[in-house]
Write a protein that binds this ligand. Structure first.
Ligand SMILES: Cc1cc2nc3c(=O)[nH]c(=O)nc-3n(C[C@H](O)[C@H](O)[C@H](O)COP(=O)(O)O)c2cc1C
Length: 207
């Protein structure tokens, strides 16, 4: 199998928010697609390692924000490279709550869809959720971002839990566990601080 053929599949980029009671969280996904129109139904694939997965499985409610090309890389790092099991990602980030209680982000997003889980399919590492949409709105003017634009123009990468993760393109060096920045060096100096989020050397993990 030539896995490079997978590079020619196209996707958008989204933040999916889930709610279970008072608990709320959100993460980046590239796997939202419309699968039927009557009723409007989407599917998403979410890794079982993600905190969002458990909230979605148990709470059965979500809101999906469609990201625009001008979304900041800080937003992608914030929702795509750290887990809500360790930090409250929504605490200081501009967001709204859909009628079903699920959060959607407003910075960098151009539309949102809120809905409930109709079906799930266990596919091993990920669960596919079938979402029936109850609410949808346009909230921004930007062009929707594609995964190719994210990679080629914004020079973005995907972490392990993304289905598009490709170990063969993984960089060598150290990754900041707070913001996802990768420093491509053999060793980090003792007084090193992350050039993006200013965290100390101790938060870096070797790749
Ligand atoms: C570009 C990009 C695409 C991603 N796509 C997916 C995806 O489709 N499904 C998924 O489960 N995780 C995906 N991820 C990974 C999650 O966003 C990441 O594991 C996140 O830290 C999970 O956060 P949580 O534990 O708070 O849910 C993607 C991340 C990035 C940066």
């Amino acid at each position: 199998m030539n896995k490079k053929a997978l590079y020619n599949l196209t996707y958008g980029l989204f933040v999916i928010g889930a709610a279970k009671g008072e608990k709320k969280n959100a993460c980046v996904i590239n796997t939202a697609i419309q699968v039927s129109g009557e009723p409007v139904t989407l599917s998403v694939a979410v890794s079982k390692n993600n905190y969002t997965h458990d909230l979605l499985l148990e709470g059965k409610k979500c809101a999906i924000s469609v990201l625009g090309e001008n979304v900041s890389m800080d937003t992608i790092r914030h929702f795509g490279f750290q887990s809500g099991s360790e930090v409250d990602k929504l605490a200081q980030f501009p967001h709204q709550t859909a009628q079903n209680g699920a959060p959607y982000i407003t910075d960098g997003a151009i539309s949102y869809f809120a809905g409930h889980v109709k079906q799930t399919l266990d596919i091993g590492t990920h669960t596919i959720f079938i979402i029936e949409v109850d609410e949808a709105e346009n909230i921004g003017e930007d062009t929707p971002i594609t995964y190719a634009y994210y990679q080629k123009v914004k020079k973005g990468t995907s972490p392990k839990n993304a289905p598009t993760y490709d170990a063969s393109t993984e960089k060598k060096g150290f990754r900041c566990s707070v913001c996802g920045h990768i420093e491509e060096v053999d060793e980090l100096p003792d007084d090193f601080t992350c050039p993006v989020c200013k965290q100390p050397r101790s938060v870096f993990v070797k790749l």
